[in-house]
Design a protein around this ligand. Sequence first.
Ligand code: SF4
Ligand code: SF4
Length: 497
Amino acid sequence: MVNYTFKGGIHINSPHLAEKLVVKQVPPPEQAVLLLQQKVGGEATPCVQIGDKVLTGQVIAKTLGRYSANIHASISGVVSAIEKRLIPHPSGINGICIVIDSDGKDKWIEIGKYDQDFKNYTPDEVIQKIHEAGVIGMGGAGFPTYTKISNVQDVNTLIVNATECEPGIMCDDSLMQEYSSDIIRGTEVLMYACGSYNSIIAIEDDKQEAYQSLLMSNHNDNISIVQIPVKYTSGAEKILIKILLGIEIPSGEFASDHGVLCQNVATVKAIYDAVIYNKPLVSRIVTVTGSAVKEPRNYEVRLGTSFASVVMQSKPNSNPHNIRIGGMMMGVDVPSVQYPICKITNCIFVNNIKPKSSVQSCIRCGQCNKVCPVGLLPQQLFWYAKSENIDRAMDYNLKDCFECRCCDVVCPSHIPLVKYFSFAKALHSKQTIERQKTDMARERFEFKEYRIERNKTERTDMMAKKKEELKNKMAEDKAQKDKILQAIVRVERSKKG
Ligand code: SF4
Ligand code: SF4
């Protein structure tokens, strides 16, 4: 168990748990829609064209820069479109996708030579393999893993985050039960790549089967498997570091500034596949749960499979549904199930639509202040956000709010506090951009004024210099003439004499 804890947070019972945690394999889809942009970074650039035949595992889009990820075909077949499609986003926006129609064969690309003894590669080669396999943070963050590893220097501790970040999500629990030895091996690979001698796998204490599986598979004294009490938001990176190591990472600093690298457990499994077997990221485990499905369950799904076909496996009822991607707390509501599974899709909630509670005025009960895990004063932030006094909200560290919704959940007046906070943050970004534009315009004007003044001074100085030079020249000429005259006078005198 751990020695440290954190203030705030809330206890929430996991809703709609699966009866069986065994992962059900979903057959490859007839059509895969692969999104080129991940949550973080730019779009990958397609390296196939419409009509090309592709094999499962083939690179179909390559990274541009350090903040995007390679995309691989998740089925074999023919590229039928490269076009904008609806992507899993609350605002219903489009993103460029490569669409592959299956040939029904699921024929894999020839996997190149690989060496199961990863120490035969250099750490840089290991990171390169992770990069080529298109691995990104699979806990929902979506940050390219090779960039995260290469950004950290002098890692003292690697933390494998095996806490389901939110109640209701079960995919990592299943993953740990089914692939515990791969996760231990993946942790060793990651320790080698980032140069850390120690690693902690943090798991919640209600996941006893997964905990026991990991314990049985672990034969490395430098890897500790630590149980932490179930309390939302213990899976948030900074909070987990505080619980495990007692290190409080100040606002504006990162785990890497303190020699700590955190990776989600599903990412570690993807790293294992990439480094030990050269296998690119073409599938993931997804939880389907919620009040509207008969069989909440975890599925291993090829990327690009439609939400609808995965949700159908859990037998949803025929009522209208509220669809939420990600956790019940920090997930986002989307209008339908017409989206493809992406690398970061860890959970799909399918809930019956409930009438919304009516919002009342703040009664200053202070409940929200007690539960904030980062020590903010949500009540105060609410007043400033509501009155659009954004500077004051920023003085109260609004930027540290990571929108966990603990304050929302406990508010007896049902005030959607986080909506106010995200609005205030957006307004702050807009104001900052406007201020930057104004500052730039002012700087441009001031520079123009300075240039005019400088040119004037330079011209005056130049004129004065020229005048001085002319004066000196005239004086020199006069002296020369005087010398000549004196010489003539001397010559005439000598003639007379
Ligand atoms: S949403 Fe923000 S203010 Fe509310 S509890 Fe979470 S971190 Fe604190
Ligand atoms: S919990 Fe709600 S009602 Fe209570 S102080 Fe906070 S905002 Fe006001």
